[in-house]
Design a protein around this ligand. Structure first.
Ligand code: OGA
Ligand code: MN
Length: 275
C-alpha cells in the first residue's frame, strides 16, 4: 500500500490496494492514514455496492440517513444526482460547506463517497481541514468560541419547505431529530485534535450569546473553513472512492458541470456524541 500526500495539511491518495479484498493489516493501515490525512482518495476501484458497504463496515456501523434519497434494496447507500434528466436533482444537498448530518445527537464518524457517473468536466469536491482552521483562528475569536455550544437543526437545510420534507413528515421527523446542542469546537475522540464543528448547513445559532454575537462568531468560523491554504479538491473519475473524517473535515460540492449528469453513491459510518 502506498500513501501519497495531496496537500500540506489534508488529503492523501492510497494506491496498491483492492477495496474488494483487504487484509486486516491493510485495514489498519488505511485507518491510520485516515486519522493522519483526514481524507483518503482511492482510484479505479471497480467494486459492487455490497463491497462498498462491506468496506464502510470495517470502520464502524453504517447508518441510514433519515431524509436523503437512497437505494431501495440498500437503504444505507445514499444517491446524489444532478443534471441530465435525473428525477432526483438533489445536488443542492452539498452546495455549501458542511459536515454530514451534524443535526443528529451522534453525528457520523465519516462518509465514503463513490463517483458513479462523472461529467466530462467540473463536479470536483473540495475538503477543508477544520482542525487547521481552528488552529488558525485569531486568539481573541478562539478564546470566545472555545467553551461554547451551538444548536444544530436539520430544518435549516432539510426543513419543511424543501423536497426532502413535507409539512407532514416534518411533524414526525422533528420529534425524532429535535435541535441538538454540540460543542462549537469539538475534540476528536481518537486523535485529541480540536476542530470547528459549526457548519453552514445545520448550525442555526450559538447557544448562550446574543444573536449578534452568534452571527458574528459563526461568520468568523465559516471564513476560517473557507481558507484555501487548508483545503484540497478531488477531481473525480468513475470508480474513485473518497473517505473523509466527518469529525475534522468540512466539504462542499461544485456545481460547475450542470447541465451534464453526475451520480454519486455514499455510505455513512456512525459516530459518537461530540465533546
Ligand atoms: C456528500 C457530499 C459532495 C459531492 O456526499 O456528503 O457532500 O461533491 N457530496 O457530491
Ligand atoms: Mn456531504
Amino acid at each position: 500500500m502506498k500513501v501519497h500526500q495531496l496537500s500540506e495539511t489534508i488529503g492523501a491518495e492510497i494506491s496498491g490496494v483492492d477495496l474488494a479484498s483487504l487484509s486486516e493489516v491493510e485495514i489498519a493501515e488505511i485507518k491510520e492514514a485516515w486519522l493522519s490525512y483526514k481524507v483518503l482518495v482511492f482510484r479505479d476501484q471497480d467494486i459492487s455496492v455490497e463491497q462498498h458497504i462491506a468496506f464502510g463496515s470495517y470502520f464502524g456501523e453504517l447508518e441510514v440517513h433519515p431524509f436523503a434519497d437512497n437505494l431501495e434494496e440498500h437503504p444505507e447507500v445514499i444517491v446524489l444526482e444532478a443534471g441530465g434528466d435525473s428525477p432526483r436533482q438533489n445536488y443542492n444537498a452539498a452546495k455549501d460547506w458542511h459536515i454530514d448530518v451534524s443535526f443528529r445527537e451522534n453525528p457520523p464518524m465519516g462518509s465514503i463517497l463513490r463517483g458513479k457517473v462523472i461529467p466530462e468536466s467540473g463536479g470536483d469536491t473540495r475538503f477543508s481541514n477544520s482542525s487547521a482552521a481552528y488552529e488558525k483562528l485569531e486568539p481573541d475569536i478562539k478564546a470566545r468560541v472555545d467553551e461554547l455550544f451551538a444548536v444544530n437543526d436539520y430544518t435549516k437545510m432539510f426543513g419543511p419547505t424543501t423536497r426532502f420534507n413535507s409539512e407532514e413528515s416534518h411533524t414526525e421527523n422533528i420529534k425524532e431529530y429535535p435541535p441538538v446542542l454540540h460543542p462549537v469546537i469539538r475534540t476528536h475522540p481518537e486523535t485529541g485534535g480540536r476542530s470547528i464543528f459549526t457548519n453552514n448547513f445545520f448550525t442555526s445559532h450559538i447557544d448562550g450569546v446574543d444573536s449578534e454575537e452568534s452571527e458574528y462568531l459563526l461568520e468568523k468560523l465559516s471564513q476560517a473553513i473557507n481558507d484555501p491554504s487548508i483545503q484540497f479538491r478531488v477531481q473525480w473519475k468513475p470508480e474513485t472512492f473518497v473517505m473523509w473524517d466527518n469529525r475534522c473535515v468540512h466539504h462542499v460540492a461544485t456545481d460547475d458541470f450542470l447541465p451534464s449528469f453526475r451520480r454519486m453513491e455514499r455510505v455513512t459510518i456512525a459516530g459518537d456524541r461530540p465533546f
